[in-house]
Design a binder for this molecule. Sequence first.
Ligand SMILES: Nc1ncnc2c1ncn2[C@@H]1O[C@H](COP(=O)(O)OP(=O)(O)OP(=O)(O)O)[C@@H](O)[C@H]1O
Ligand SMILES: N[C@@H](CCO)C(=O)O
Length: 301
Amino acid sequence: MANTVRIRVPGTTANCGPGFDAVGIACTIYNELELTLNAEGGISLEVAGEGAGIIPADESNVVVKAIQMVIAKTGQQYKGIHLKMYNDIPLARGLGSSAAAIVAGLVAANELTGSSLTKQDILNMATAIEGHPDNVAPAIFGGITVSIMENGSAKYLSFLPPKEFSMVAVIPEFNLSTKAARQVLPESVPFTDAVFNVSRTALLIGALCTGELRLLQSALEDRLHQPYREQLIPGMAQVLAAARRTGALGAALSGAGPCLLAFTAGNSDEVGQAMINAFKLHKVAASYRVLTIDSEGAKII
Ligand SMILES: Nc1ncnc2c1ncn2[C@@H]1O[C@H](COP(=O)(O)OP(=O)(O)OP(=O)(O)O)[C@@H](O)[C@H]1O
Ligand SMILES: N[C@@H](CCO)C(=O)O
């Protein structure tokens, strides 16, 4: 018997400057996934939008992996996995495409197999596939999330800020895999840099919780990953500086990049244009999207 469900999952921006592997925000950019499970074998895939013609229709596909994980865990007999994707989140740009894909697969398969998994189970399974919880947590719960790993289990909190802001995501035309962007990171950092990031991360969460957005400029500073990743993104420092000069509340690398994100309270188009122009000076073509916070996370539609 065929069994079909459709899911919507938001893209996410992780790290938010100093909160490496811990802080993430769900954004109003979405992928939709329609999953049909049946008893006959085979995997089929139709993709519209981002990733069309690139995403594989086999077991190397992270959505398929996630679905098979749920089928195995729940002891179901489904063999046929049929997927239709409608993707707006660009792949390997720093807006959480892999987290959205994993979460879509897990949530959809859970829905079709009796909904025995809790959101906490889904968070743990998604983190096991993704490797870190900072994108998958907001993709599941929505809002701004802080997540940590403890004895193999993810602990998280999700909140909405009292004061609204927008996020200008500037998306260069080239992609950068998280794997490549993690390879340039050092194995250890100076104690002073660790202290620098602890203080900024605390300030960042405090500023977002209280709405003291004037503090974002300092709170988005980071010494754990951005300085090392600059070499991978031509013009990164200048594009972030252009955002600040144009009046952004603050700016940072989105996830592992190459997307750069500015927080704004009004002149988003002006900031986006200034960032694109700064990229152009480094021969990088880019476009921008003005996003806000998604408060719902993954949901069945
Ligand atoms: N809709 C999708 N279906 C299947 N696989 C996908 C999908 N979207 C992304 N992926 C996989 O995830 C990879 C991109 O993941 P990666 O972690 O490198 O970047 P990202 O998740 O877009 O960015 P970041 O983690 O920095 O926010 C793609 O190359 C592809 O293998
Ligand atoms: N925290 C992750 C986010 C991207 O997946 C990183 O920066 O590598």
